[in-house]
Design a protein around this ligand. Structure first.
Ligand code: ADP
Ligand code: MG
Length: 386
């Protein structure tokens, strides 16, 4: 359910006995294509969701930080700002409080603050509720503290909170799109230069929709497998004498250096190299104002590469993709890190109900929990709402 600013303000006043000084919102995200490329200096093409986390905030004079969340009711966490550090907070509060620590660690003094979070980004579904929390708090606290930080710097701070305080070794993709998202546009992110460019993505005009299926598959092995994939990519780049797999051209997949890689590293490498090429192909097509339907086969190719070469899909993801394609989707793929999470499908608007039904039926037949699905389009990035 959409989060209303007035409600969040009222809850804040009820909890803390005074109104908030302001409210800020930051969205979750879907990555259209460009998966497991962000730690290979490669390209990704995400967009911001209408689902978002709202952060109400007011400064305190005593150097304490208090935080509450409507998604973790009855739990209030209070810490001294100066006492924050790796290992000092755990659970959900590590995400917002980690941002306060990361701001200070980057040399930006922040004062005490009361924070209240409320959001409608599904938690742990691969739509990046974690970055939505971090970015809403980062924007709120930096503005309240009068810090003059650009959005790419804020994304780095939010990522540091997740890496060092939460302890999740993620890239910066989720935070970059949450802070840089633009309605009606994808964001091409070059993770080597950290440059972002907007790419128009207007599906309504073409009679298309993008469906998201939250498979609700239990995340299995996520952290260990993620770290293992990262290491494999680093080993492959080192073997090839390259700074990163970004530096390998698609044509080199026919060459002797690639052939000399151990079989598993060959598969991992082939995914990263072809995935970067697919991102750039999608961007070229959309920039040329091609019918977005031509993007469909690239989405499906990305899924097959993640399934067969990168080996990060699970049966729920594969079944959802197959069912969507079988019901007439132009393309479909898992999105996010894999091992659970969501599938996206590019579908003619008129066929959206059929495709949703087909995926639900396939899940029933496979004995999986019913998926949640929704239609989405690129929404605005983090901003102050009151
Ligand atoms: P994802 O980012 O894909 O949703 P993560 O595991 O990275 O999944 O992050 C989910 C975690 O982020 C939750 O378990 C919770 O600790 C925290 N979180 C997300 N949204 C909220 C919220 N609205 N309030 C409090 N904590 C939240
Ligand atoms: Mg996350």
């Amino acid at each position: 359910m959409a989060v209303r600013a007035s409600t969040v303000g009222d809850v804040f006043a009820g909890a803390y006995g005074r109104p908030p000084a302001g409210l800020w919102a930051a969205p979750g995200r879907v990555n259209l294509i460009g998966e497991h490329t962000d730690y290979n200096d490669g390209f990704a093409l995400p967009f911001a969701l209408a689902h978002r986390v709202v952060c109400a905030a007011a400064p305190r004079a005593d150097g304490q930080a208090r935080v509450r969340s409507q998604q973790a009711p009855e739990e209030e966490v209070t810490v001294g700002i100066a006492d924050l550090g790796p290992g000092t907070v755990s659970g959900w509060a590590a995400y917002p409080l980690g941002v306060l620590w990361a701001l200070q660690a980057a040399g930006h003094p922040v004062g005490g603050v009361d924070l209240l979070l409320d959001g409608d980004v599904p938690l742990g579904a691969g739509l990046s509720s974690s970055a939505a929390v971090e970015c809403a708090v980062a924007l709120a606290v930096s503005e309240l503290s009068g810090l003059d930080l650009d959005r790419t710097a804020l994304a780095g701070i939010a990522r540091r909170a997740e890496n060092d305080i939460v302890g999740a070794p993620t890239g910066v993709l989720d935070q970059m799109i949450s802070l840089h998202g633009r309605a009606g546009h994808l964001m091409l992110l070059d993770t080597r230069s950290m440059q972002v460019e907007s790419v128009p993505f207007d599906l309504d005009r073409r009679g298309l929709v993008l469906l998201v299926f939250d498979t609700r598959a239990p995340h299995r092995l996520v952290d260990g497998a993620y770290a293992e994939r990262r290491r494999a990519c680093e080993r492959a780049a080192a073997h090839l004498g390259l700074p990163a797999l970004r530096d390998l051209d698609v044509a080199a997949l026919d060459g002797p250096a690639f052939a000399s890689l151990p079989a598993e590293l060959r598969r991992r490498t082939r995914h990263v190299v072809t995935e970067n090429a697919r991102v750039l192909a999608v961007v070229a097509a959309l920039r040329a104002d091609a019918d977005p339907r031509v993007v469909g086969p690239l989405l499906t190719a990305s899924h097959l590469s993640l399934r067969d070469d990168f080996e990060v899909t699970v049966p729920e993801l594969d079944v959802a993709v197959e069912a969507a394609l079988g019901a007439g989707a132009h393309g479909a793929r898992m999105t996010g890190g894999g091992f659970g999470g969501c599938v996206i499908a590019l579908v003619d608007s008129a066929r959206a109900p059929d495709v949703s039904d087909a995926v639900a039926a396939a899940f029933r037949d496979s004995g999986f929990s019913a998926p949640r699905s929704f239609v989405t389009r690129p929404a605005v990035g983090a901003h102050r709402i009151a």
